[in-house]
Design a protein around this ligand. Structure first.
Ligand code: IPE
Ligand code: IPE
Ligand code: MG
Length: 235
């Protein structure tokens, strides 16, 4: 079995899963966060080197105040727990997205999480929080434009590789496999640049119910695919 080096996941369906149990949406989010800890360990034990998960999109601020507040509370406790699990499991954590819209205490714990785990050599774990692909690209363009203006980068030196170095995912290889749970088949503004040649896998299983066996199914499907890049098979 070929294990994809980098798996990206759109963790979807927390709300619907909770509703199906007669519970509030935020219960689904908290069970989803617990499941993420389990899947993180499973992914690493399977040999996955990079795991990138979508926790909160730039569009998710439009949800009810109650849900957004609940999610922010959850991210606070999740980040604190993650500092401990990163230490225990040797995980290196990176944060994708624009943290400036988050409360200062959450920004600080996210920084602590990244800083305290930066020398770890186990799973590379990227969490996308207040992340939107279009926002990421615009922020990258602004930084690049500033460097051009300051004569640090000549226009002719701009290449795909150089541009990718301005994205939040610099240092991270592009995903090999994207999984979206809970039935929807769209990207919802996730990693549009990085997913250019990624294989997609959609499952109806909602995120809180997604297990190691479901991850295996996705990897099995991935193994049945013939990856092509411009009509040419993978080297
Ligand atoms: C994913 O679950 C988690 C976040 C987007 C924060 P949803 O909250 O989107 O759950 P559904 O899709 O409404 O069921
Ligand atoms: C995408 O899910 C964002 C996250 C999983 C964090 P959404 O549930 O917000 O996306 P849409 O609204 O179904 O496209
Ligand atoms: Mg959803």
């Amino acid at each position: 079995m070929i294990i994809p080096q980098h798996v990206a996941i759109i963790l979807d369906g927390n709300g619907r899963w909770a509703k199906s149990k007669g519970m509030p949406r935020n219960y689904g989010h908290s069970r989803g966060a617990k499941n993420l800890e389990v899947i993180c360990e499973d992914a690493y034990n399977m040999g996955i080197k990079y795991l990138t998960v979508y926790l909160f999109s730039t569009e998710n601020w439009k949800r009810s105040r109650e849900e957004v507040d609940g999610l922010m509370r959850l991210f606070r406790s999740y980040t604190k727990t993650c500092i401990k699990t990163a230490r225990k499991n040797n995980m290196k954590v990176r944060v994708l997205g624009d943290p400036t819209a988050l409360d200062l205490d959450l920004q600080k714990s996210l920084k602590d999480l990244v800083e305290s785990s930066k020398d770890n050599t186990g799973l590379n774990f990227q969490i996308a929080i207040n992340y939107g692909s279009r926002d990421e690209i615009v922020r990258a363009i602004k930084k690049l434009a500033a460097d051009v203006k300051a004569d640090k980068v000549p226009i002719d030196a701009i290449t795909e590789e150089l541009f990718a170095g301005y994205l939040d995912t610099r240092e991270v290889p592009d995903p090999d496999l994207l999984i979206r749970t809970s039935g929807e088949q769209r990207l919802s503004n996730y990693l549009c640049w990085q997913l250019a040649y990624t294989e997609f896998y959609f499952t109806d299983v909602p995120w809180p119910a997604f297990t190691k066996e479901d991850l295996w199914k996705a990897i099995e499907k991935y193994n049945g695919r013939e990856r092509r890049f411009g009509g040419v098979k993978e080297e």
